[in-house]
Design a protein around this ligand. Structure first.
Ligand code: UD1
Length: 360
């Protein structure tokens, strides 16, 4: 059986790692990794492959940054000949980024079987580019593997044939559990002089927060105020750094700004934080898995299980952010959601090998 994995952006890499590892245990499975090149900086891409022990991509499509239409179209143009030449039994796509939907469109036109890992998540917010990517990818996929049962409910409500849906649990939690000892041994947090349970970790990159100058400025002011109560560390996505004005930087004067951090460093910072302030999907899940309080600067989430069964809280009113952050406390860790057990990658491998979702 030949499997082609398509990844392109930072959050894809943590999802690929446990699936590739589980498939590698099966004799007779050939795997190829296609990197679209959506993310290309060392800090956004190669460092993740290194930390996660993923094999070098077999092919990099080098599409780089561009508008959504151009980026998606470039991936389609460059990925189509790869599928024609490789003739894989399955193409596996991950998450909700532009690389995911572009590869899905190519496969569906060529009649190549498509498996979507992290299917079924819905924010209900079509102003998010990721929501469009989720809807289209799930419409086209032959095998839809969900990380939480709400994903199954969403897909059934949309009329997806139940035989194509399979609950596998959360592959990102596999990666987290696998990497936690190495991350905590990295010494990254300690080198920054941060004490366990003594600081806030911030990540922000969603257009809804960083592309709106007034909102970004209000967030920066609130972070500056939080920094008068405890250290605040903020590894910054390139989209965010490119949007910061002089006024924003002044508000952040007391905040420790970093370049984007590799996987182990980020996990070390996350696992030691008193509170995480973020708009990332992945961090909402990672904080739930670790039992670290998370304040999400969004009006909605496609990961409601992190609110109902985890540590996540949506911050709908920015004026409440400072108080919510300074009063956050780590609590006893609750039982993780079903299937967030470190074995999701194995269940993905079984689903692919058993051929659930085969075209009739
Ligand atoms: C993408 C994903 C988002 C994911 C995020 C994680 C989509 C629609 N969005 O958003 O879901 O949460 O990745 O990072 O696919 N840039 C660099 N170096 C890089 C990559 C990007 O400098 O290696 C800069 C470029 O200026 C680029 C901007 O960041 O224009 C945005 O990158 P892009 O891939 O378009 O979207 P993200 O905001 O990263």
């Amino acid at each position: 059986m030949k499997i082609v994995h398509v990844v392109g952006a930072r959050p894809n890499f943590m999802k690929l790692a446990p699936v590739a590892r589980a498939l590698a245990k099966h004799a007779g499975v050939t795997q190829k990794i296609v990197h679209t090149g959506q993310h290309y900086d060392e800090a956004m891409s190669e460092s993740f492959f290194r930390d996660l022990g993923i094999a070098e991509p077999d092919l990099n499509l080098e599409v780089g940054s561009a508008s959504h239409a151009v980026q998606t179209a470039r991936i389609m143009e460059r990925f189509e000949p790869v599928v024609v030449q490789e003739r894989p039994d399955w193409v596996v796509v991950y998450g909700d980024v532009n690389s995911t939907v572009a590869a899905a469109l190519v496969c569906s036109k060529l009649g190549t079987r498509l498996c979507h890992v992290e299917a079924g998540l819905r924010s209900g917010d079509r102003t998010m580019p990721e929501e469009i990517n989720r809807l289209v990818t799930d419409r086209l996929a032959d095998l839809l593997l969900t990380p939480s049962m709400d994903g199954d409910d969403n897909l059934l409500r949309e009329g997806v044939d139940p035989s194509r849906i399979q609950f596998v649990g959360n592959v990102m939690v596999d990666t987290l559990l696998h990497a936690l000892p190495a991350a905590q041994a990295s010494g990254f947090r300690a080198q920054l002089g941060l004490d366990i349970d003594g600081y806030a970790l911030v990540t922000l990159h969603r257009p809804s927060n960083v592309d709106a100058p007034e909102r970004l400025h209000r967030i920066c002011r609130a972070l500056g105020e939080i920094a008068t109560h405890m250290p605040v560390v903020f590894p910054m996505h390139p989209r965010t750094s490119s949007r910061l004005t002089e006024r924003d930087r002044q508000s952040l004067a007391g905040v420790k700004l970093l370049d984007p951090t590799p996987y182990h460093a980020t996990l070390d910072l996350t696992s030691g934080a008193r509170v995480v302030i973020t708009d990332s999907g992945g961090l909402q899940e990672e904080t739930t898995a670790l039992g670290v309080p998370c304040l999400t600067l969004r009006d909605n989430t496609e990961r409601p299980i992190t609110v109902t069964q985890g540590t996540n809280q949506l911050v709908l009113d920015l004026s409440a952010l400072r108080d919510l952050a300074v009063t956050s406390r780590r609590r006893e860790k609750a039982a993780p959601p079903q299937g967030w057990d470190g074995r999701a990658g194995e269940r993905v491998a079984s689903a692919l090998l058993n051929g659930v979702g085969n075209r009739g």
